[in-house]
Write a protein that binds this ligand. Structure first.
Ligand code: HEM
Length: 159
């Protein structure tokens, strides 16, 4: 751990592993990758199952917001998928329930970032990332990927 490291030991900057190792050298929570199929299993259909949704490729456990996201609740349609566009536009239209941000206005993008930070990151533990967020289109690791900070939340280390 960091505490047990020798004084004066300087960890390399995250960038230095680009093109070398497939994982960053720094310790941190393991990163779970969700395919669309996996994420779709957590849409709140079953009682007692966790409810997940992704915003900007970050998968949040929104189970504690069951009154919003559970079966029959007003925002259930956002769950089990990446609903970035819907969150940006405050829309539940099925065509907006996608990761795709193409053509969003500056105002919608600002709103997206506000809700991402002030609602999702502030309230709900991160449980992983969508494949789209972690990998390049050819399936190779995206070396610019950086996990989100969420130090105020005590996320379960279950992976
Ligand atoms: C008549 C329309 C709507 C009304 C009156 C409404 C009302 C509300 C209220 C009162 C809250 C806060 C609840 C609380 O914190 O206790 C909320 C949260 C929220 N609303 Fe709406 N809403 C509407 C439409 C929508 C639509 C169309 C979306 C589409 C994405 C949306 C997305 C959200 C989200 C993501 C939250 C945060 C939920 C959370 O804390 O996890 N709302 N809404």
């Amino acid at each position: 751990t960091c505490e047990s490291a020798e004084p004066g030991l300087i960890l390399p900057p995250a960038k230095s592993w680009a093109g070398q190792a497939p994982r960053p050298a720094e310790p941190g929570p393991p990163v779970r990758l969700f395919t669309e199929e996996e994420l779709a299993r957590y849409g709140g259909e079953e009682e007692d199952q966790p409810i997940y949704m992704a915003v900007k490729g970050v998968v949040f456990d929104v189970t504690s917001g069951k009154e919003f996201y559970g079966r029959g609740a007003p925002y259930n349609a956002l769950t089990g998928k990446d609903s970035t566009r819907g969150v940006a536009k405050m829309s539940l239209d099925p065509t907006d329930l996608t990761h795709d941000t193409t053509g969003l206005t500056a105002e919608e993008l600002k709103s997206l970032d506000d809700v991402f930070t002030k609602v999702y990151k502030a309230k709900y533990p991160i449980v992983g990332y969508t494949a789209r967020r972690i990998l390049n289109e050819d399936g190779s690791p995206n070396l610019d990927f950086k996990p989100e900070d969420q130090p105020h939340l005590d996320t379960k280390d279950e992976f």
